[in-house]
Design a protein. Structure first.
Length: 280
């Protein structure tokens, strides 16, 4: 089979559950430590849980390993929310990272957002926006999300394991709840051809190989590149914080990744966490 017929067959095959193609992944992976090994399963409760189990059972040799699945039955996002992870509809992966500087570990969620955005662009040519702190959007609708969890290591005092979860919608699942479908989009829905999961995963791993170390050794470069991609800056926003909503004009981000708002009374305030909504 060759030409258009082969291409159509290939696209159809990606719409159905398939075993992970290790050879295809290796063809595109640059050989770095990020994603140097991939533990793939067809379905799991959560790749974050898989990574936690793998990290607890391994030493430094486990750093950089990726845990991926074709479907998650209990995927989650920030603040304990569920992340819909239908079969054959997305890329669901968690990387086990081992930062050198524990104080800068929170920057790895920013590194993950940048790596995911760059991996999408590299694998299918689609440019996405970054919404503070680490959501990836296309035309205002969510295409990908990032979740990072840090855990102290008893066998390495002062060091952390960071589990960096990334969920990317390759195509829009027909089973999405209406309230989710209204806010979400996918690579296909954005008008691009969804890449093979192995190709996309390799592109993200390659980008993460550069972005993750920046959190340790070049945080100013990471923050500067992230700042340049943030569509949140320059807009009026409402942030839902644990102590209540805060409204203001998004001015900048700090070296720690906090969002700086100019409040209506003229003062500025840096906020580290909260759900941000643009006020039209």
């Amino acid at each position: 089979m060759s030409g258009p017929a082969r291409r159509i067959a290939t696209i159809r095959s990606y719409c159905e559950p398939m075993p992970f193609d290790e050879t295809l992944y290796r063809q595109h992976h640059g050989g770095g430590s990020a994603g140097r090994a991939v533990h793939y399963v067809e379905a799991t409760a959560s790749t974050m849980d898989d990574a936690r189990a793998g990290a607890s059972g391994g030493g430094l040799e486990a750093c950089g390993v990726a845990y991926a699945a074709g479907e998650q039955t209990a995927g989650r996002g920030r603040s304990g929310r569920s992340w819909v992870s239908a079969a054959a509809s997305g890329l669901y992966v968690t990387y086990h990272l081992c930062p050198l500087v524990a104080e800068r570990a929170p920057l790895l969620s920013i590194a993950g957002a940048m790596a995911a955005a760059e991996g999408i662009a590299e694998s299918c040519g689609l440019r996405v926006d970054v919404k503070w702190p680490n959501d990836l959007l296309f035309e205002g609708r969510k295409l990908a999300g990032i979740l990072a969890e840090a855990h102290a290591r008893a066998d390495r005092p002062g060091r952390l394991d960071v589990l960096l979860g990334i969920g990317i919608n390759l195509r829009t699942a027909s089973s999405l709840p209406a309230e989710v479908a209204a806010l979400a989009t996918s690579i296909e829905q954005a008008g691009a051809v969804a890449p093979a999961p192995e190709r996309l995963l390799a592109a993200i791993s390659n980008a993460l190989e550069t972005r993750a170390p920046q959190a340790d050794v070049a945080p100013e470069r990471l923050i500067a590149d992230w700042r340049a991609r943030l569509i949140t800056l320059g807009t009026r926003v409402r942030m839902e914080t644990p102590s209540g909503p805060v409204e203001g004009h998004a001015l900048d981000v700090t070296e720690h990744g906090e969002l700086v708002l100019r409040l209506d009374d003229g003062t500025s305030r840096a906020l580290a966490a909260g759900d941000v909504h643009t006020i039209r």
